[in-house]
Design a protein around this ligand. Structure first.
Ligand code: ADP
Ligand code: ADP
Length: 223
């Protein structure tokens, strides 16, 4: 279980403080598929970044199975993130000089996995997201929907328990959005991967098991 305890994030503490997160408390059970919603600037990205260990809170704790996420040294944090958390972003953030397959294999290379294992897993993952035939393509040759599928395959490469997605459907048409949501829901159901998705997209909210609404850095609604 993930326990988010009284998280505060204040930017520009010494000049003009911005309270991006203002005493956020939440529990996230394994296997959730949760949408985090609210107007632009309400703190969604800050929340995901802190939950994913990409940024540190000003105060408060995140306990994952009882261990404080932000107590790790920065080197341990990098390894923890790499091995336990997958990230998916609005702009896909693929490496343009690597093929789809190489983008998926990159994390496994950092993990020191053998070549054969990397190749087998990237093939399996690209097939799982429905683009098994695109492994040798560079990102610029792929549509937005296909690039986001590569990004999901990449996020899965290290076998994470948790995937954090920031506006993953913002640049996708309706068909690609529906397909991506089917893929994510199926991973959630079959592999019990927890998803936390920051979004403005009603289509994502409609498929979420739980919707958490932020306003001005606070949770104002949960359903
Ligand atoms: P094990 O089989 O070793 O118990 P699990 O698959 O149960 O492993 O996962 C344990 C891992 O789950 C921990 O490393 C922790 O990072 C992660 N975890 C704990 N709570 C959650 C959650 N709500 N969502 C995703 N991962 C979680
Ligand atoms: P959302 O993702 O919901 O649009 P953000 O988490 O990006 O919200 O932003 C929350 C608030 O924090 C906003 O007021 C934003 O301007 C501010 N903010 C975000 N990042 C920074 C930063 N690096 N420095 C200063 N203020 C920031």
């Amino acid at each position: 279980m993930i326990e988010i305890k009284d998280i505060v994030k204040t930017y520009n503490e010494n000049t003009v403080p911005v309270h991006a997160l203002n005493h956020v408390n939440l529990r996230i059970e394994e296997g959730e598929f949760t949408a985090v919603v609210g107007p632009s600037g309400c703190g969604k990205t800050t929340f995901l970044n802190i939950l994913g260990g990409l940024d540190t809170p000003t105060s408060g704790n995140i306990l994952i199975d009882g261990t404080n996420l932000h107590d790790r040294s920065s080197a341990d944090m990098i390894t923890y993130r790499r091995d336990h958390i997958g990230f998916v972003f609005q702009d896909y953030s693929l490496m343009p000089v690597l093929t789809a397959k190489e983008n998926v294999e990159f994390i496994m290379e950092l993990q020191g996995r053998p070549k054969e294992e990397r190749a087998a897993r990237s093939k399996e993952l690209l097939e799982a997201v429905g683009i098994g035939d695109k492994g040798d393509q560079f990102p610029t040759k792929l549509s937005g929907g296909q690039q986001q599928r590569v990004a999901v395959a990449r996020a899965l490469a290290s076998k994470p328990n948790l995937i954090l997605a920031d506006e993953p459907t913002a640049n996708l048409d309706s068909k690609s959005t529906a397909d991506l949501l089917d893929i994510m829901r199926s991973l959630n159901e079959k592999e019990n991967i927890t998803f936390v998705i920051a979004t403005h997209d009603q289509r994502v909210m409609d498929r979420a098991k739980r919707v958490i609404t932020f306003e001005d850095g606070k949770i104002i609604d949960m359903k």
